[in-house]
Ligand binder design. Sequence first.
Ligand code: ACM
Ligand code: ZN
Length: 451
Amino acid sequence: AKSLRKATVKLSIDPALAEEGYTLDSTSDKEEILLAGGSVKGVWWGLQTLEQLLVAATENPAQMRIPALRIEDAPRFAYRGAHLDCGRHFFTTDEVKTYIDIISAHKINTFHWHLTEDQGWRIEIKKYPELTRIGSQRPETYVGHLYAHTGKYDGTPHGGYYTQDEIRDIVAYAAERQITIIPEIEMPGHAVAALASYPWLGCRGEGYEVWTSWGVNKDIFCVGKETTFEFLQNVLDEVCDLFPGEYIHIGGDEAPRDSWKTCPHCQKRMKELGLEKEAQLQSYLVARIEKYLNAKGRKIIGWDEILEGGVTPTATVMSWRGAEGGIAAAKQGNDAIMVPYQYLYLDYSQTRDQAVYGEPLAIDSGLTLEKCYSFDPFAGLNEEERAHIKGVQANLWTEYIADFGHVQHMLLPRLSAAAEIAWSSEKTDIDTLRRRIRDFMLPLYKARGYR
Ligand code: ACM
Ligand code: ZN
């Protein structure tokens, strides 16, 4: 407990540490703070801790001081994710970079970038220019709650997309902050913007428009036609060129199979394959796309619906409709990532009674900080099954979130609770978590100008 007038921070790599682990030591007699990481990643996460300590110590940088301490730290999960839906609403490259800064400060190492939706296709694909010329724009947007049916259309066009150069820039920006980006290209559902761009991708083959409302749309990719696979594979070729990470997310959620039931192409495909249920046709799509991506050295992640018609043992399941999908996946030997909406959907409002606390319109309410932190990713699993839980993730869908200030309002401080579940093996009580957020995270948010 002595104070240093001036200190040098010495960074080093110590291969004896866990890859993402670090030690931070300010107890030296010399005027130096030692930060060692198991890799560059570990050093980076240690720097995030150091920044928290410094900012918390004082809001006047001239007087920054940190106590004499030694921290030995390493993450619980290898996968610590945060997701942003840029399909429902478009966010600029600068906003996406700020999102990356925010999640990196929480030692999140994976950004799940939701790039294609019914309401907008946001990634430039050179081979298919209509995807962005047509699919990235909508003439107006439904404003109001999806289930209340009292909303109105705003009459204001909304659109935007990321050029391939912008995507490369964002991927590099994320990598510098030790974050891997997992792009999501949704199939077979949430694809209306693609169908509006190239109507032959749908079973009906005509009459699609970029959606201006919310919910689950019945128009999905036709899996009977070979041309759909050519399209998806060509898109994925460009996606793989842009994103160097191991995983590609192929969606798979909320895909009503109604159009497949009456489509001659889809029915012919089912007959040829000897399939009885349309759910198996989705499994065929997923397995075929997985094989294609595996041949390119990549792995797939899909939402838990991909379990329904049977799934290959090598697909990773992202469990959103509760933890059940992740538990089922782990029990049958598949890897899983836990994102149960009850705990980790940060588009739900932060208070129990949204109206009383004046929170903006949200899909649902009551996802308090405490509720978020109460999630146990290992509940209901034995030791062997637990090894298949690769991590947890917080999701942020943007039907009701049109600007980046609102994104931050939803994200903070609950991301701290999600990040704590992802990083720390030790569970503390909610009051301790609240105190840590108050003492260490709020000063950081303030210093960086986050909302
Ligand atoms: C989802 O929330 N539909 C994955
Ligand atoms: Zn079809």
